[in-house]
Design a binder for this molecule. Structure first.
Ligand code: PMT
Length: 407
């Protein structure tokens, strides 16, 4: 039976099938994953095709199987780099000893290993092999390497093997793998939780054609909105001007100035449980915006600025029940400033990043140090998409342990 805990609705899974007798069980696994709502793209190695025909997987997944880097028709429809970015998870079941060794050594000599190397998505493997191959020091060392890199190892189980022996090395049953995958993807962990998230820069007009702004691209905030929506949250994205597409499943409200961002955030926060400030809000705006374009007459031009309202602090004061997450963008004393903002703005969590000289702003990579009362966690440097997933997990963890979650 499919419960919220095992639902995979909307999740995309690349299922890698490698050579081994357990490949026949992977056919049932496709059925279990698709029944749970997942979109499955099967990628078979050449050896896997000696055990089960690609037609079986095509019929069960409803999609042609991919097996070669050199299939021009398939590459034209979705290139392998695009395919590497497509899934929420790369699952390899069965994962043979040979496949585990190739992954551990970073080989990319077929489509499946190339995808694993070209992807920043989580990878899970369900090993299946003879008990002696499983126990071999080489296999164990390779597994250790993969686990150290964050690869999830599902199983194996113990029992009778196809070769007639008994011992460890049996692939987990398809239902067991499906449940582990659902738990891994935390599907529905934030089901129905309403989140307001600010992202991008603000623009503070000087005159009808000029404005003050900053280098924020919105990439960090949008990646976080995407990760939270994939966990089932209802995300309202209050966004300053960016060129980014709206993440699937989120509602975007476009604003320009800090005042507009505050008004939209206040409005949406009344119905929300979580508020997240990833926007780089201009701290100051013009005291008076010129009605007409300022003419280039004098050699100098004085612009008088006044402080903008602090969006997080204002909304937190109006809605004390919210679980509030801030960001801190710092060029010095990161931890000290982040902890100070955590207290001063009465935040529940703050994600601090170093900025300046090619860091954080308008880049696809970042690193975060997250602080909360009594704890901290480093999210290591990497793609913003991966960091966003890790931060979303941490937000869910802290929020669900917080009294606000009980409302
Ligand atoms: O958009 P990208 O190019 O991907 O870059 C990402 C980022 C660097 C912009 C992002 O990771 C980030 O750090 N966002 C917060 C930037 C910032 O303004 O930090 P701050 O330390 O000045 O502000 C602290 C917190 O208060 C932030 O959550 C900010 O949204 C909020 N704030 C600040 C000023 C203000 N008037 N109102 C606010 O709510």
């Amino acid at each position: 039976m499919q419960t919220p805990a095992t639902s995979l609705t909307g999740r995309r899974i690349v299922l890698g099938v490698t050579g081994g007798i357990a490949a026949y069980k992977a056919a049932d696994l496709v059925r279990r994953l698709t029944e749970a709502g997942a979109e499955v793209q099967v990628v078979m190695t050449a050896n896997a095709q000696r055990f089960v025909g690609a037609q079986t997987f095509q019929a069960l997944s409803g999609t042609p199987v991919r097996s070669s880097l050199w299939d021009e028709t398939a590459e034209a429809a979705m290139g392998h780099i695009e395919l590497a970015r497509w899934p929420d998870l790369i699952l390899i079941a069965p994962a043979s000893a040979n496949c585990i060794a190739r992954l551990a050594h970073g080989l990319a000599d077929d489509l499946l290993t190339t995808l694993c190397l070209a992807s920043d998505r989580p990878v899970a493997i369900a090993p299946a092999m003879n008990r002696l191959m499983w126990a071999h020091a080489a296999t164990q060392a390779n597994l250790h390497t993969l686990m150290h890199r964050g690869v999830h190892v599902l199983g194996p189980g113990s029992g009778g093997q196809a070769c007639g022996e008994t011992g460890e090395g049996r692939m987990w049953e398809p239902l067991q793998i499906r449940d582990a995958v659902a738990a891994l993807l935390h599907t529905g962990r934030l089901n129905g939780v309403r989140i307001v998230l600010t992202a991008g820069p603000t623009r503070e007009p000087i005159d009808p054609v000029r404005f003050i702004t900053n280098r924020s691209s919105g990439k960090m905030g949008y990646a976080l909105a995407d990760a939270l929506a994939r966990m089932g949250a209802e995300v309202t994205l209050v966004s300053g001007p960016t060129a980014l597409p709206v993440p699937a499943g989120t509602r975007r409200i476009e604003v320009e100035t800090a005042d507009e961002m505050l008004a939209a955030t206040q409005d949406a926060a009344a119905q929300a449980q979580i508020l997240i400030g990833a926007a780089a809000v201009a701290d100051y705006r013009l005291e008076a915006v010129a009605e007409h374009k300022i003419k280039k007459k004098a050699d100098t031009l004085d612009l008088r600025l006044v402080k903008n309202p602090d969006i997080l602090a204002t909304v937190r004061a109006a809605h004390p029940q919210l679980f509030v997450v801030g960001f801190a963008a710092e060029t010095e004393d990161l931890a000290e400033h982040a902890r100070d903002k955590l207290l001063r703005k009465k935040l529940d969590l703050i994600a601090a990043n170093w900025v300046g000289s090619g860091r954080a702003f308008d880049r696809d990579d970042n690193a975060l140090h997250v602080f909360w009362a009594g704890g901290e966690r480093e999210l290591a440097h990497g793609p913003k998409s991966r960091l966003a997933r890790e931060l979303a997990d941490l937000i869910a963890e802290r929020y669900l342990a917080h009294p606000a979650a009980a409302r």
